[in-house]
Every structure is written in structure tokens, then in C-alpha cells.
Design a protein around this ligand. Structure first.
Ligand code: NAD
Ligand code: DAU
Length: 373
């Protein structure tokens, strides 16, 4: 039997982190040390069933805490790190960029420093296996026109404070490979969807607003395009890049699935009309809605809203044999089902600081704010 590798995952209680930790542990090849600060975006319920497992350790802490991070490298002697912890929501980065600077830029830098100090102490064989896998985004490349795709060769042109902070962290990761020989790999993925996504993001927001009869706020004219990938497909690509990717390399990851925002919202409504028609939802019955599409409202656009994202993932397919497995129609239906089947998780995620933040901070969306009251 092959010995399990111990790895650190940062941000394991977030959306992609939860799916990543589960994939690693279910593969039976890894023990995971999950370092997460449990910010508003985390949900303690997401990995509650792993507590007590021999293959899982949870550490509550901040990636900017150098002492803590170094102590984890010393204590657990990991074969690598999957770095996912980040402030991840573009709208929030527009309202308050400071946290993005701290976590995404300073936090990544502190992890790199701790990894570098640990790496030089390793025996040659351990050095050969060590990887610093940095999970990043296609938003670092800016916005596309009607044609073309992002690839690993696309020049960086981040537009939002979120994208700028991720671009800065990518550059630090690249520099630590180039200057210090740290074995890094960067993945730049498109929009993820699936279970455990915090309900400020578009897909869960639309599902949950619809079910409670709130407006479905589509920014601008709704014709912005995003390229959607099922979260498990993304996590499989990241795992493969960690295990087989070229050291110092980058991989663009996407499922070749472009959707106009308004079309996607219509698809979500149509799935909901099918499995939870408004007439059968007690709190909606009296409203006389025939379809959830009646809740769609076009609202003030996000400032600097990128027009179109689309990924050409030929490199990871060619070099590592990765391909997305989940079709969009099936994945979207599975996602809607998951939110309907997990009311406890949804309650925990939707209350508290999140609803307060929405009330206070959606300055440019005054129209949506008024209507949700
Ligand atoms: P998320 O917001 O759902 O989760 C982030 C997690 O990081 C949370 O558990 C949070 O508590 C933790 N965290 C935040 N700041 C921290 C800190 N200072 N120290 C320790 N933990 C901290 O994010 P996500 O959508 O799961 O994204 C994960 C990663 O993937 C991010 O790096 C993001 O940039 C990248 N990414 C996301 C997408 C997407 O569509 N969601 C696409 C491509 C890349
Ligand atoms: O492309 C990868 C990125 O995808 C990740 O790096 C980010 O972490 C992740 O949040 C996501 O960014 P987006 O800004 O694309 O995701 P969001 O879910 O916020 O919005 C998706 C699209 O939907 C975008 O064009 C804005 C629009 N939108 C969003 C919300 C929340 C709306 O029209 N209405 C909304 O209420």
C-alpha cells in the first residue's frame, strides 16, 4: 500500500477548499491539515463530518500569521501545500479592498516565505516531491471581447481590486520559483459552481433569492459572459497539476462552457420551476407567480464589470490528460438540488455578518437594496 502524503490546504472551509479537501481525503492518498481563519465565507458545517478522522486536522488561523504557518510546516513536514485561502468576492473588493491586499497579497507572501524556509531544510528526496500549488483565477487576464480565449500566454491585465490582488499573488509565486527555486505551480481557473458555494456568488444567490421570492438582480444588461466549470472538475485538475504538473508552470483550467448571465439566470429559474414550482412553495403561493423568471430585475451594473471570460485549457489536456467530466445541465441541476437539500447549511451561511454586509455595503446597487427590503 502506498504511504499517504501529508499536505496543507489553506482555505479548506471555503467553497472550493471544501471540495478540494474531500477529493484529497477520498482519494485515500492524502492526510490534510486545513488552515482556515473561518471568515464570513467559511462554513464550519461544510467539513464537520471529517472531525475526528485520522486523515484530517483543522487549524483555525490566519495565513498572514508567519509564526503559525512556520510551526505547521515544522510540525507536519508536509509534501506540499494547496493554497486556496483568499478573499474571493469581486463586489466586496470594490467596496473594501484592504482585506484583499492583506489576505491575497501579504498572506500569499507569508506562506511563500514559510515554505521557502522549510524547503531548504528538506533532504533531496523530499525536495523532489515538494510542491507549492497556488490556486488562482482567470480574472488576472482582464476582459475578452467577442472572440478569443485566455491561455497561459495571455498577458496579465487585472481590472478589479480582487483580480489585482490575485495577479500580485501569482507574480510573487512565480518570482519565488524563478529566484529561489521553490517548486511552484499556478492554476488559473474560470467561474466555479456546485455545492458549498457561499450565497453571495451569482448561482447560489439566484437559487436562494428565487426560493424566498426576492428579486433576482442581474447586473447591467445581463449580457456579460462567464465560463462555468463544476467545482469537482476544477479540484481534479488542481490535484493532477500538484501530482504531475511541470514545476514552475501555469495551467489555465476551464470547461468550455460560456453562458450569458441572463441566460444562466433563466436556466436556474427553469430548473426551479420544474422541481419546486412557485405554486408549491408555501410562502410564494399567494404571490401568484407562474415562473421564477418573473423575479428577474436588471439592476445597476458592477463598476468595471469585465465583459467576457473564456478559457482555452488545451495545455492541461495535452500535458496531463485532464478533461472536464460534468456537463453543465447535469451539474446545474445537481447544484440546485444540493441547495434545496441542505437548509441547515444555507441558514448558517445566509445569516449573521453576510446579511448585515449586504444591507450596509451595496452602495452602487441602491435599486436592488431598496427592493430587497
Ligand atoms: P471562498 O471565499 O468560498 O473561501 C475562502 C476561504 O478562505 C474561506 O474558508 C475563508 O475562511 C478562508 N480565508 C480567507 N482569508 C483567510 C486568511 N487570511 N487566512 C486563512 N483563511 C482565510 O473562496 P473560493 O471561491 O472557494 O475560492 C478559493 C480559491 O480559488 C481562491 O484563491 C480564489 O481566488 C480561487 N478561485 C475561485 C474561483 C471561483 O469561481 N470561486 C475560480 C477560480 C479561482
Ligand atoms: O472567473 C473566476 C472568478 O469567478 C473567481 O476568481 C471569483 O472568486 C469568483 O467570485 C467569480 O467571480 P465573478 O465576479 O465572475 O462571480 P460572481 O458570482 O460574483 O458573478 C458572476 C457574474 O454574474 C458576473 O458577471 C456578475 C454577475 N452577477 C453577480 C451577482 C452576485 C449578477 O448579475 N448579479 C449578482 O447578484
Amino acid at each position: 500500500m502506498v504511504e499517504k502524503k501529508t499536505v496543507i490546504v489553506t482555505g479548506g472551509n471555503g467553497f472550493i477548499g471544501t471540495n478540494m479537501v474531500r477529493l484529497l481525503i477520498n482519494s485515500k492518498a492524502y492526510r490534510v491539515v486545513n488552515l482556515d481563519a473561518l471568515t464570513y465565507a467559511a462554513n464550519a458545517l461544510s467539513l464537520a463530518d471529517l472531525e475526528g478522522s485520522q486523515d484530517y486536522v483543522f487549524v483555525k488561523g490566519n495565513i498572514t500569521d508567519s509564526e503559525l504557518v512556520s510551526s505547521l510546516f515544522d510540525q507536519y513536514q508536509p509534501a506540499g501545500i494547496f493554497h486556496l485561502a483568499a478573499e474571493s468576492h469581486v463586489d466586496r473588493s470594490i467596496v473594501s479592498p484592504e482585506d484583499f491586499m492583506q489576505t491575497n497579497v501579504v498572506g500569499t507572501y507569508r506562506l511563500l516565505e514559510a515554505a521557502r524556509a522549510y524547503y531548504v531544510t528538506l533532504a533531496e528526496e523530499k525536495k523532489q516531491e515538494f510542491r507549492f500549488l497556488h490556486v488562482s483565477t482567470d480574472e488576472v487576464f482582464g476582459s475578452l471581447g467577442a472572440d478569443g480565449y485566455f491561455t497561459e500566454e495571455t498577458p496579465y491585465a487585472p481590472n478589479s481590486p480582487y483580480a489585482a490582488s490575485k495577479a500580485a499573488s501569482d507574480h510573487f509565486v512565480r518570482a519565488y520559483h524563478h529566484t529561489y527555486g521553490l517548486p511552484t505551480i499556478i492554476t488559473n481557473c474560470s467561474n466555479n459552481y456546485g455545492p458549498y458555494q457561499f450565497p453571495e456568488k451569482m448561482i447560489p444567490l439566484m437559487i436562494l433569492n428565487a426560493l424566498s421570492g426576492k428579486p433576482l438582480p442581474v447586473y447591467g444588461d445581463g449580457s456579460n459572459v462567464r465560463d462555468w466549470i463544476y467545482v469537482e472538475d476544477h479540484c481534479k485538475a488542481v490535484k493532477l497539476a500538484f501530482e504531475k504538473g511541470t514545476v514552475g508552470g501555469e495551467y489555465a483550467i476551464g470547461a468550455n462552457n460560456e453562458q450569458k448571465n441572463v441566460n444562466l439566470v433563466n436556466k436556474i429559474c427553469s430548473i426551479l420551476d420544474d422541481i419546486a414550482p412557485p405554486i408549491e412553495v408555501p410562502q410564494l403561493r399567494e404571490r401568484g407567480l407562474k415562473s421564477y423568471t418573473e423575479l428577474i430585475q436588471f439592476v445597476t451594473d458592477r463598476p468595471g464589470h469585465d465583459r467576457r471570460y473564456a478559457i482555452d485549457s488545451a495545455r492541461i489536456t495535452r500535458e496531463l490528460g485532464w478533461q472536464a467530466e460534468v456537463g453543465f445541465e447535469a451539474g446545474l441541476r445537481q447544484t440546485v438540488d444540493w441547495y434545496l437539500s441542505n437548509p441547515k447549511w444555507v441558514d448558517q451561511a445566509s445569516g449573521g455578518s453576510y446579511s448585515e454586509w449586504i444591507e450596509k455595503n451595496y452602495a452602487w446597487r441602491a435599486d436592488a437594496q431598496r427592493e430587497s427590503k
